[in-house]
Structure formats: C-alpha cells, structure tokens
Design a protein around this ligand. Structure first.
Ligand code: GLU
Length: 425
C-alpha cells in the first residue's frame, strides 16, 4: 500500500476530479450561478468507456480500457487531448475534460471541453502495437468525434504520429480525408506551424505579462522548470532565447542547477543522447525537492498533476507560479499560495497556448490555407495577452486571486452561452 492510500485526506487532496469540483463550486458560489446551470456544468455531458482489443507482437490479444469524456459543447465542439498512461483514471480524464472547457472559455476560442485517455504503458509497446491500439481506440469512439463534434489532440505520451493514425483511421471510415478531426498533426498532414512550441510559448507570454506587473525584466528573472518534455522543454528553450536565466530543470529522475543559467540547448542535446538530464556536465545535480523549493522569480511546473500540494506549497519561494501542466496544484495548496503572496498564473490560462494553436490548426484545415509561423505566433500572443488581461481585470474587479478569477470568467462565459442557446427539451 502506498503512503497516499493510507492517508484518506491526502487521497482526497490528490483526486483531480475533487480538485476540479472544489474550484468550480468556489467560482459558482462567488458568481451566485443559477442552480440549474450549476447542475449542467458540474457534471460532464457525456462519458464514453471503450474496451480495446489489440493484437500484440507475440500473438496474444490484450484488452485495454479507454475513455473519452466530453464535458461541455456549449461554446463549440468538445476539444482536448488524449493521454496514454498506466495510471489513467476516469476521474482524472473527467477533471481534465472540464479544465479544457474552462481553458477554451478563458482563451475565448469557440470550443467546449473534452479529454481522452487509454490505460496502457506506452514505453513497453512497440510502434506496431501502438498503431493498432490507436486505430482501434479511434474506431471505438468514431461516432462521437469529428471536426464539428469533438476534436482530439496530443497530450501525455501521445504525439504527431498518434494524431496521424487517428486522422487516417477516421478518414478511412468516412471515405474522405478529414484533417480537421484531430489537431497536433504533422506539418505535412494539415498540421500548423508553431504547434509543437505553442504551449511553452504561451507560458512565456503570460509570464512576461506577469513580470511587467512586478517591474522585472526577463534578463533579471530566474526560472525553475519542472518537466523537460514538450511543455517544459519548449518553455525553457524559448525563455532562454528571450534572456531569462533558467537556473534549474527538474525531471522525474533528478534536478540540474546552475546559478548563472543553464545552457538549455546543451541540456537538450545531453537528454537526447542519454535519455536523461542526469549527469549533465553543464550544471550541478541537486535534490529534486530542494530544486522545487529554491528561491526564484518564476517556477513553472510543466509535468503532471499534484506537484504543489499542502505539503510542498509551504516550502515554495517563487514570486510567480506559471502552471504549464494541467492541475499541478491541489485545491488545498491554493490557500497556502495565496497566503504566501505568490502570483499564480493558473493552468487554464497559462497552458492555453497549445489548444489555441490547435484552434488555428483546425481553422487552417477547414480553410485549406496555411499561415506562416509569424502569423501563428502573433495571433497566439494576442490571445494569451488578452486572456491574461481578462483574468487579472476580473480578479481586480471581484477582489479574488487569479485562479478564482479565471474560473469565474470561464463559468460566466460558458453559462452565458447556455442561457443564449436555451435548453433543448
Ligand atoms: N493536451 C493539450 C491541453 O491539455 C492540448 C489540447 C488541444 O490542443 O486540444 O491543453
């Protein structure tokens, strides 16, 4: 039994759906949200569970469990990634789906929210097994997805190749190439320029906005990033180019530190060659918990949920917390961060860059006309800056912290759409 399972309070704290509900209820109370609309938005509109038989390379058949949750389609088709991981649960996928609804509303893009997950260990599956799993999962949920219904995208352990297989499977069934059914595709199959960097770039844009409020220049700011994958790695690369001092990178197997700023490109090369950031010659290896708690201007958790908890939050010494991951902070940790005066840029704002460029990709696919990278980045910046300003203005007006403000703004926008549409009976 794990330590977590032995402690019911901590088990509750780490349940992402309870975290999502806590924030939802708080925002709904503050807004005095209509009881009926509260009921509509408190639960997802649809949850699909599928059992996916896959032929393994050794000739055996394995059956995997997969989910797709559509939390809301009030503002447009459901939108959100698909993750492959051994510890995926329906509660996690449900929470992530609702966060997509709020994220798209904060970014003010015309989508609802959805999320998918398959319980599997992608590290032990061959390419062939992964392809068969992806195609069969797509076939199992095929009547629920589509460019006007629900548009999946990459998330943890899924990538451009997985999206290409999904797009192909859907297109084969529909008897026509339908690129707009998924986003995060390879560039040559209807993908968008700037999509791989988009989440990291969005994190940088909102962090720059927050720094302006503190009167700090990027060149004078120290940054700690937890996670060095698509989000953390890209944020590190772009922020280093912008002049930030990335003093520490933390991964699951170690943390590397250099007070003068790490050479991010060299660290990326080292990780590519060795598979890990450990033993990087250009920095000192330090304890991971110590790294998270070190004094810095900006901390970016960009890996998984539940990194900043009631146990770790009291130790943080950052001024700004930019949530690159989904759900990195538990609900009980929110109050601790507020008491410490940490300026939190909540996940549903901070990591909205990914879905925003997914939206651009979908628009380009439907237009059949593709934009250059500068245009993508310029439009991304506009949406992220507007999102930051809308959230902070809402917070100033209602005298709340950024997390509560972001949820209130999102709920307000989605509730307004529901009221306008009325209830179909
Ligand atoms: N998985 C990403 C997220 O959590 C992107 C979703 C998308 O592009 O639809 O925001």
């Amino acid at each position: 039994m794990t330590a977590v399972a032995q402690n019911p309070a901590m088990e509750r704290e780490l349940n992402p759906w309870l975290a999502a509900e806590t924030r939802f209820d708080d925002a709904a109370d503050r807004l005095s949200l209509d009881e009926g609309i509260r009921k509509v938005l408190r639960s997802p509109s649809r949850e699909i569970t599928v059992y996916i038989p896959v032929l393994l390379d050794d000739g055996r058949i394995e059956v995997f469990t997969g989910y797709r949750v559509q939390h809301s389609i009030a503002r447009g088709p459901a939108k959100g990634g698909i993750r492959y991981a051994p510890d995926v649960t329906i509660e996690e996928v449900r929470a992530l789906a609702s966060w997509m609804t709020w994220k798209c509303a904060v970014a003010n893009i015309p989508y609802g929210g959805g999320k998918g997950g398959v319980i599997c260990n992608p590290t032990i599956l061959s390419m062939g097994e992964l392809e068969r799993l992806t195609r069969r999962y797509t076939a199992e949920i095929i009547e629920f997805i589509g460019p006007e219904k629900d548009i999946p995208a990459p998330d943890m352990n899924t990538n451009e190749q997985v999206m290409a297989w999904m797009m192909d499977t859907y297109s084969m069934h529909m008897r026509q190439t339908t690129t707009g059914v998924v986003t995060g595709k390879p560039l040559d199959l209807g993908g968008s320029r700037g999509r791989p960097e988009a989440t990291g770039r969005g994190c940088m844009i909102v962090t720059l906005e927050a720094l302006k409020r503190f009167g700090i220049k990027p060149e004078d700011a120290t940054v700690v990033i937890q996670g060095f994958g698509n989000v953390g790695g890209m944020a590190a690369r772009l922020m280093a180019r912008r002049g930030f001092n990335i003093v520490s990178i933390i991964e699951y197997d170690g943390a590397v530190y250099d007070a003068n700023g790490l050479d991010i490109e060299a660290l990326m090369t080292h990780r590519k060659e060795t598979g890990s950031i450990v033993d990087f010659a250009g920095g000192e290896m330090i304890d991971r918990d110590e790294a998270l708690a070190q004094k810095c201007d900006v901390l970016i958790p960009a890996a998984k949920e539940n990194v900043i908890t009631s146990l770790t939050a009291p130790k943080l010494k950052c001024r700004i917390l930019t949530e690159g991951a989904n759900g990195p902070t538990t609900a009980p940790a929110d109050d601790i961060l507020q008491d410490k005066g940490i300026f939190v840029i909540p996940d549903i704002l901070a990591n909205a860059g990914g879905v925003t460029v997914s939206y651009f990709e979908w628009v380009q696919d439907r237009q059949g006309f593709f934009w250059n990278e500068d245009l993508v980045n310029q439009r991304l910046e506009e949406i992220m800056v507007n999102g930051f300003r809308d959230v902070t203005a809402y917070g100033d007006k209602h005298k709340t912290n950024n997390r509560a403000a972001a949820y209130m703004l999102a709920l307000d926008r989605v509730a307004f759409a529901i009221k306008l549409r009325g209830l179909y009976a």
